[in-house]
Design a protein around this ligand. Sequence first.
Ligand SMILES: Nc1ncnc2c1ncn2[C@@H]1O[C@H](COP(=O)(O)OP(=O)(O)OP(=O)(O)O)[C@@H](O)[C@H]1O
Length: 295
Amino acid sequence: MNTPAPTRPTAPSAGPADAPAATGTEAHAAPAVEVRGVTRRFSSRSGEVVALSDVDLTVRAGEFVSLIGPSGCGKSTLLRLIADLDEPTAGELAVFGRPPRVARQNHDFGIAFQQAGLLPWRSVRTNVELPLELHGAGRAARRARATELLEMVGLADFAQHLPHQLSGGMQQRVAIARALAERPSLLLMDEPFGALDEMTREHVQTELLRLRAETGAAVVFVTHSIPEAVYLSDRVVVMSARPGQVREVVPVGLGAARDRSDDVREDDAFFDRVRAVREALHGTDGTTPRGVDRR
Ligand SMILES: Nc1ncnc2c1ncn2[C@@H]1O[C@H](COP(=O)(O)OP(=O)(O)OP(=O)(O)O)[C@@H](O)[C@H]1O
């Protein structure tokens, strides 16, 4: 069961006009992601589910955008459409100006999901090398890139370990390193830190900000945590209960990712933005929707 559908949002604005300037190092003419009038219906024996209804969203190159909303409002569905793991019933999507399928073939994006999804029989190093191996990179190039990435995520000393010898947070860092292996200009992340304890989670959030500043990649990040969305993002896209629509877009403006230290979490500006996202989520009944975490 989901919370009752809220009233139709007033003028949801997720377009380029309100997006901050791209912060990435790589200049792209086209936005990282463009979603125009996207609807996704699922049919099953028990009837039809409208997961997304007429969604518009633009994510600029180098921008960090979080998607937050009640459980079942279509966040994962939207991410899967961007990643070419599914197709819309209506509407159009583009990744750097190209159809998602072409973007996938060009390795324009990397994906990290809640489960780190590492292959248990492969070492940390060879897990990170996997996408390069699948796409035909030579051994020396793979090794060099994996070494660089493991240093970047602070796991150079664990290259020979197997995944089960690492903590959950370390495994998630390996998954992020793997997602970055082919230098994607876009990272698609679906609750990547959802299974981590609070301290580890804050640590990997800070790490992700640093990596994002270093790589200049745009990020689309699905989360249930309001503070996580605020800490990480340039903008937070608040979605309504099913059928998922963009209810409101909250600009965060806590400064450039590379300058955002842990102390930001104690700032008045941070609490102010947390409150703004919470209010956008509340709907008409004043309660936090199911599946959204106030912590
Ligand atoms: N392959 C599918 N077949 C049928 N229904 C689906 C399918 N995928 C998603 N749905 C439905 O679409 C709706 C949106 O699902 P989705 O997983 O995108 O929501 P979500 O916002 O990511 O949820 P949560 O926050 O709980 O992870 C749900 O009602 C779900 O049951």
